[in-house]
Design a protein around this ligand. Sequence first.
Ligand SMILES: [Zn+2]
Length: 80
Amino acid sequence: MLIITYKSIEKEAIKILSQTKYSCTDHIDMAIDDFLVENETFPYLVYVNNLDVGEDLNQNCNFKCSYCDKIARYALKIKS
Ligand SMILES: [Zn+2]
């Protein structure tokens, strides 16, 4: 029972994660276009690698652009 519950939570977490894209400043236009196609809605843009983001700092500081090897500057998320 516990294992089944745990797996369903894990699955949900992966689903949420896949709705977020990361982009450097060079690829933000491309990232928004792709996000629109995949999610049929405009992304909610969040700055990453920014010292002011507080609680998100640790989880965001190592994300790379989805289109190149640069460190991501933006996260594109579904607005909740
Ligand atoms: Zn890039």
